[in-house]
Design a protein around this ligand. Structure first.
Ligand SMILES: Nc1ncnc2c1ncn2[C@@H]1O[C@H](COP(=O)(O)OP(=O)(O)OP(=O)(O)O)[C@@H](O)[C@H]1O
Ligand code: SF4
Ligand SMILES: [Mg+2]
Length: 344
């Protein structure tokens, strides 16, 4: 199959990247908000790795710290928030120590973000071609014609029919799904080495969502782009991601290869999340919602943050569990994990 020019030039670039190094390694990231009510530890010990061409699904209930993690990687956390600890190693370089100017250069060039609302990326008063051409020319010295061609190829890549005509449209002339594809295309324009996508398909129709996910997955595999896909929807992660990191109250509580984690979750919270996915329940059986609510980050209990909702909670859970390697490639933060019998 012939590769598109977008894919070809990205591959040439990727070949120059150091072999073997993961694209991104986040180590013990801590991002806190210094509010009047107290210090909100929105991200408080997040670690994961994303390799070239791999997709990491970052999941967890609302308020678990997924977006703040994504924003921290991109250097987009605003006051009263601040990254207060840990490392964000992009090809081994710690992004947390870069100056704003250096970070801005990386964003939209080697690292891109796709937001849930495409209008965070798109300018409503400019035609799509103007926006895309300007984006290309802001980072590369190429002619308008070359930039236009890149824009057209990239729209084609995310499955927008008649890209030449669509380039002349304004964002409001696209349907919601198409508008999100345009935002994704803009994120792809520079063949970034890393994309952080924050629930970009959640508001879309299931069929369109599936199409976009298939295209994104193909693209990552072809171009070597690493991707963090943030979602609360486990069925999206099941079909798209290679690895999964499950967050609860600002911490990663479980991580590992996606099929293994979904088949045999080690952490009671992961198990609860899986139990609450409709398609995983037998027909006619009620959904098993995780009891209780996510605790306020300002008044977390002593010890494991999940204890008030956990069916396996015991005295030891008043102590603080750390993320431990329990099986090959499988980590969990729990004193009483569900270990398969052979391993227990
Ligand atoms: N500007 C802010 N000021 C104070 N606290 C904040 C601020 N932004 C985020 N937080 C805190 O960080 C926590 C995590 O927020 P985040 O947006 O990362 O959650 P999320 O996992 O992305 O949730 P959702 O699924 O709803 O998008 C929130 O519960 C909130 O307590
Ligand atoms: S540490 Fe205890 S309370 Fe926390 S998830 Fe494990 S068993 Fe449940
Ligand atoms: Mg969010």
């Amino acid at each position: 199959m012939a590769q598109s020019p977008v894919v070809q030039s990205r591959s040439a670039y990727a070949a120059a990247a150091p072999a073997g190094a993961p694209t991104l390694e986040v180590r013990n990231l801590q991002t806190h908000f210094f509010t009047r009510a107290g210090v909100v530890k929105a991200v408080d010990g997040v670690s994961f790795t994303v390799g070239r061409g791999k997709v990491l699904g970052l999941v967890g209930e609302s308020g678990s710290g997924k977006t703040v993690t994504g924003f921290s990687i991109l250097g987009l956390v605003d006051a009263p928030g601040r990254v207060v600890g840990g490392e964000i190693l992009f090809h081994g370089q710690n992004l947390a120590s870069l100056r704003e100017e250096e970070m801005r250069r990386l964003r939209g060039n080697r690292i891109a973000m796709i937001f849930q609302d495409p209008m965070m990326t798109l300018n409503p008063v400019l035609r799509v071609d103007t926006q895309m051409i300007e984006t290309v020319q802001a980072h590369e010295k190429v002619s308008r014609e070359v930039a236009r061609q890149r824009a057209r190829d990239t729209l084609g890549l995310v499955g927008i029919p008649s890209p030449d005509e669509r380039l002349k449209s304004y964002p409001h002339q696209f349907s919601g799904g198409m508008r999100q594809r345009v935002a994704i295309a803009i994120a792809l324009l520079h063949r970034p080495e890393l994309i952080v996508a924050d629930e970009p398909t959640t508001a879309l129709d299931v069929t369109i969502q599936a199409q976009i996910l298939a295209e994104v997955q193909k693209l990552c595999a072809e171009t070597g782009t690493a991707m963090i896909w943030i979602t609360h929807d486990l069925s999206v992660v099941a079909g798209l991601a290679d690895d999964i990191a499950v967050m609860y109250a600002g911490k990663v509580v479980e991580r590992g290869p996606v099929s293994e984690v979904l088949d045999t979750p080690l952490h009671p919270y992961t198990e609860g999340l899986i139990g609450s996915v409709p398609s995983r329940n037998k027909r006619g059986e009620p959904l098993r919602q995780i009891p209780g609510m996510t605790p306020s980050l300002l008044s977390l209990p002593q010890g494991c943050a999940f204890q008030s909702r956990c069916p396996k909670a015991a005295d030891i859970c008043h102590q603080t569990p750390s993320l431990e390697r329990l099986l090959p490639e499988r980590d969990a933060r729990c004193f009483r994990p569900h270990l398969p019998e052979a391993a227990a």
